[in-house]
Design a binder for this molecule. Structure first.
Ligand code: MEV
Length: 443
């Protein structure tokens, strides 16, 4: 067998896994590599055990910066928002946008809807009208059989809110979908939804096997799959900022307030009409969204997938934010689906996710949606503001300067001289290297 392959890797201890990786995929210096992994273990063994439990084959922890963007005024309440992100200048940009809007009424955010969707796809080749006639009976059985699964959720005001039968035979012969709507209150709800869908599938099979309304040949039903949909266009939140155009006076060098507002509006308009720009524009929004979603232990892949699908809902991929200027009032809003929770999942298992929710004042899911959407809008405001004024590289590279200095293994004296030297001139990797080299050669 190829020595780079292994069976039973998951059964090895953590130490054995590390040794195996170092031996087969590491550098010559096996001990140094072992240190590379173990140096990131949490010193508290109980916490490390919790983290190890999140995923399989864990051999270390991958550390990302956990930052705070203060001064977020959202619906009249001030928040200091935790953000987990590796990209320089994202937290700084969110903070500066938060501060700008703080004295202009802050962010207004509203949850528009909280419906989540699950789907069961199955194939059946009998008479479609018969299936529609039997559907009320089927629905009753599915709900009855799954009653025990939802008791707690129902107590909290959630549960299954609707089951619809869709015939998709025009797309694929014999194909049907059960589209199930859920209210999952303060949890993201993936487990609740998937458990229900799998129960519905079994009940559906049972119904087809036993119903006296179906002939023996009609009993044949092929369940293909049962899973939640990460597209949640009915789990929507909107965040808005607004101010008189004149409030932009002095926002950048000698640029006038009206020039700034018009250029800003044009930039957002371009992201509405050009998918290439829209993708980057929305990426900037998700810089903020993902960072907060991650800090709260929520599933950022689900949030991204839904957001991008929603951006393409009209048939072409567009900006998630819109900007208008009416009667000299500038208004900038972001609307997007956010299926996130404040209970369940990792939200209270991950020690820092729990801390994040505490810093945010233990919000419910709706409040968290409003906070996350506001940060997304702030991030978008900061990015577009930079793009139409200084460009982003200056600020970005300035924040990146420290990474370059660390990469060049600069000592404290070199770092402080470099910070001073580059405070007024542009930063690039080569200019920093030249500067450090010249300092070193002078010694
Ligand atoms: C960089 O991570 C994000 C931006 O490119 C977003 C944008 O262009 O709007 C600055």
């Amino acid at each position: 067998m190829n020595e780079k392959l292994i069976s039973g890797f998951s059964k090895l201890s953590k130490k054995e896994k590390i040794d195996w990786v170092n031996t087969h995929y590491g550098t010559e210096d096996v001990n140094a590599n072992t240190d590379d992994f173990s140096v990131f273990f949490h010193e508290n063994a109980a916490i490390q055990e919790v983290i190890d439990g999140f995923s399989e084959n864990t051999i270390s922890n991958f550390i990302l910066p956990y930052g705070i963007a203060p001064n977020f005024l959202i619906n009249g309440v001030v928040y200091a928002v935790p953000m987990v992100i590796e990209e320089s200048s994202v937290v700084a940009a969110a903070s500066s946008a938060a501060k700008f809007w703080l004295s202009r009424g802050g962010f207004t955010s509203t949850v528009l809807s909280t419906v989540k969707i699950g789907q069961i796809h199955f194939k059946w080749f009998g008479d479609t009208s018969l299936l529609y006639r039997l559907f009320p009976d089927i629905k009753e059985k599915l709900l009855f059989d799954s009653k025990h699964l939802g008791a707690n959720m129902v107590k909290r005001g959630g549960g299954v809110t609707d089951i619809e039968l869709l015939h998709l035979g025009h797309l694929e012969e014999g194909l049907y979908q059960l589209r199930v709507k859920f209210e999952t209150v303060n949890s993201m709800g993936a487990n609740f939804i998937n458990t229900h869908l799998e129960s519905f599938s079994s009940s559906l099979k049972e119904y087809f096997n036993s119903s006296s309304f179906l002939s023996p040949e009609d009993r044949e039903l092929l369940i293909i799959m049962s899973i939640l949909s990460n597209y949640t266009p009915e789990c929507l939140v909107t965040a808005t900022v607004s101010c008189p155009v004149s409030d932009f006076n002095g926002i950048y060098k000698d640029m006038g307030a009206a020039e700034f507002a018009n250029k800003f509006q044009q930039a957002v308009r371009i992201a509405e009409i050009d998918p290439y720009r829209a993708t980057t524009h929305n990426k900037g929004i998700f810089n903020g969204i993902d960072a907060v979603v991650l800090a709260t232990g929520n599933d950022f892949r689900a949030v991204e997938a839904a957001g991008h699908a929603y951006a393409a809902k009209d048939g072409s991929y567009k900006s998630l934010s819109v900007c208008k200027i009416e009667n000299d009032i500038f208004t900038f809003s972001l609307t997007l689906p956010l299926a996130i929770g404040t209970i369940g999942g990792l939200t209270h298992l991950h020690p820092l996710a729990k801390k994040t929710l505490s810093i945010l004042g233990e919000p419910d899911a709706k409040m968290l949606m409003q906070i996350v959407a506001s940060v997304g809008l702030a991030q978008n405001f900061a990015a577009v503001k930079s793009l139409i004024t200084s460009g982003i590289q200056d600020g970005h590279m300035r924040m990146h300067l420290m990474n370059i200095l660390v990469h060049l293994q600069a000592n404290e004296e070199e770092k402080s001289s470099a910070l001073q030297h580059f405070s007024k001139i542009s930063v690039s990797f080569s200019s920093v290297r030249e500067f450090i080299d010249s300092m070193r050669s002078e010694k």
